[in-house]
Structure formats: structure tokens, C-alpha cells
Write a protein that binds this ligand. Sequence first.
Ligand code: ZN
Length: 296
Amino acid sequence: MPHPAEPLNSADLVRARIPLGDFELTILSDGWYLLDGGAMFGVVPKPLWEKRAPADEQNRIFLGLNTVVVRTGRQTVAIETGIGNKLAPKLREIYQAKEQLPRAFEAAGIRPEEIDIVINSHLHFDHCGWNTTKTADGRIVPTFPNACYFAHRGEVEHGHLQLERDAISYISENYDPLVASGQMTLLDTRPGEVQEIVPGVSVEGYPGHTAQLLAIHLDSAGKRATYISDLIPTSAHLDITWAMGYDLDPVTTIAQRKRFYARAIPEQWMVLFTHDHHTPFGYIALNDKGKPVLVE
Ligand SMILES: [Zn+2]
């Protein structure tokens, strides 16, 4: 694990560039951050998870923040926008947030003005932070001025409730200004329902982590990649029962992972991991014990 103070060079911020049929996928990083390892693995005992995710002296593990930019030939789509630059100083310190996504765009040669569509899988602050940027004089402006943003209506409503359980996860400056200006469209996608955003880009409801979590499917020339977001946050979370402590409904997470694998494994979907810095994408197979594993 790198030391928290270790700087990221621009090359590390472009995690991968991969073709998918006629699409080009570029995986960009907002920088890595740290979260409590126990919280990331829920009821799984530490001796089991620490083999896959070593913890620091404060029990924190190293996580990535992956944004996927998709060039479909007709549109340029950004999936997820990292932590952003609006965290309170104390939280920035706790998470060791790096605020690198603008640098990552620059390193990849993609201008924020080119983005036509932004899709948020849900509205936890580590998924939609660069939807907006806080300027030096304290104004909140859209980071992607020409984009139509999409998120689930239920996520906005849940964030507004500011519940004791998860109020800290929702920072309204990441979405309220965009909803107010009409730049964000709110979706009503039901669990298991698929809704097309533009040709080749669709969302599907996969509840568990939150009630309205959306996976994002990319389809081109018979190939599919799915940004499965926090249903399976890293390649260390493939076991169906290794659900996060953060999940609002871990029993549903287990059922939805089974539903996902039932198609993703036989149909060989590329899986894009939201919080895996080292393995931002991969393919899944069942091993001889019937457990889902990454294809080497
Ligand atoms: Zn989340």
C-alpha cells in the first residue's frame, strides 16, 4: 500500500484504455483513498479479508475511485465522478482524498467540455463529487458544463432525508444545483428494470447497497461491459456474502449479486469496478468450488 503522502503522477491517473466493440473506454482515477477495512467487508472476519486487502495501522484499506469515460462514436459519456473538492477539511484528512479527477482528464487528453452525459450510479459523495466544482471564491459550478446528468430520483430524495444512518454520505451540493438548473434528469428505474440513456448505454436497478443503486451497461458490437458500482466495489468482493458494512440491505446485495452473476459469467461481461485501483476491470468465472473468481 502506498504511503498516504505519496504523490500520484499523471500516468497513474489513467488506469486503462480499452476497446469494447466500437466503443473506447478510458478509466480515470480521482486518486486513491482510505476506508476502514472492517466497514468495507461487513461481517467477514479480518483474518479472511486482510489477505486480499492489507490494512494500515488505523485499519484502513486502500481503495480507488474510478470514473469511466466512454466514447460511443456519437456521444462521450462519463460514469461516476469521484470524491470531488467539497469535503470538509476533517473528512478530507480522514479519507486522504486526493482530488485528482481534473488532472486525470487532462492526462488522458479529454476536456470536461466534451462530456455529453454524466451518469451517477448513486449519490454517495465518493461517486458524484466532481459533478460540481467548488471554485476558489466558493461558488458551486458544473464540472461538465455541456453535459446532461442522470441520477436516480430516489437517491436525491433519500439524501434530502439526512437520516442518522447515512446522512454523512450525501452532500447536496453534488446534485441539488444541477437539479435546480434542469441540467440533471432524475430517473425512476425500478429494481431489475433496464432503461436506455443513449444507444449502447443503459442503466439497470441493482438494489442492496442503496435501494436505488444503478449499474451502467455498455453495449457495442455484441460486447457488454457493466459498471456494477457498489454492488461489487472491488475484485476482493466477488464472494456473494462479502457485502459491505455500508450496505443498507446486505441480504438484497447477496440476491442481486447472484442475479448479476447468472448473466455476467456465462455471457462474459467485462466488469468495471468502482473502487479497485489496481484491477479496475476484469472478467469473472466460477472456480472448481463454484465460487466467483477473477479470470487471470
Ligand atoms: Zn456507495
